[in-house]
Design a protein around this ligand. Structure first.
Ligand SMILES: Cc1cc2nc3c(=O)[nH]c(=O)nc-3n(C[C@H](O)[C@H](O)[C@H](O)COP(=O)(O)O)c2cc1C
Length: 149
């Protein structure tokens, strides 16, 4: 099983921590889409797309990657994000895009991430200390489970 995780993390590095932890736990390759062009992912069995949530959405670089990529039927794709307020499932928009492309869906993961955007900055931010060690353990369990299936 060969896995790769693409990530964008521009606010506090919250998603970078999440993506690194996931990649470590399953031995996946890791690509920062703000530093590198989207790689050729045709040789991978599992592809993880991870992002902070910016204005209720995954980062445009990940949407562009999905739009530009032809996924093979055997390739399984999962989504993961960190967000300031996690009561809403922010993976839904990206999931719809993936479904329209007929990808093999592996699942999604979301957890809070320290957020000082806009007014939250004036009150010292929200979701301080997240992702926490408990969040990261949940993330490890999630990727290990979907890569075993
Ligand atoms: C420009 C901007 C817009 C944001 N919009 C949202 C949002 O719509 N909903 C939300 O829950 N969090 C929002 N956040 C908070 C981030 O999703 C959260 O802090 C996330 O963990 C950032 O991940 P990162 O540090 O990997 O970039 C926003 C943050 C920024 C900087």
């Amino acid at each position: 099983m060969k896995a790769i995780i693409l990530y964008v993390s521009t606010h506090h590095g919250n998603t970078k921590r999440l993506a690194e932890c996931m990649a470590d736990s399953i031995g996946a390759d890791l690509v920062d889409l703000t530093k590198e062009d989207a790689p050729d992912t045709s040789g991978y069995d599992v592809i993880g797309l991870t992002s902070g949530i910016y204005h209720q959405s995954f980062h445009d670089a990940l949407k562009a990657y999905v739009n530009d990529t032809d996924f093979a039927p055997h390739q399984r794709v999962f989504l993961a994000d960190t967000c300031g307020t996690s009561y809403r499932d922010y993976t839904r928009g990206m999931r719809k895009l993936l479904m329209e492309k007929g990808v093999c869906w592996a699942g999604s993961f979301q957890c809070p991430g320290y957020d000082t955007f806009g007014v939250f900055g004036k009150i010292g931010g929200i979701s301080k200390g997240r992702p926490s060690e408990k969040d990261l353990q949940r993330a490890r369990d999630f990727v290990r489970r979907i890569t075993r299936e």
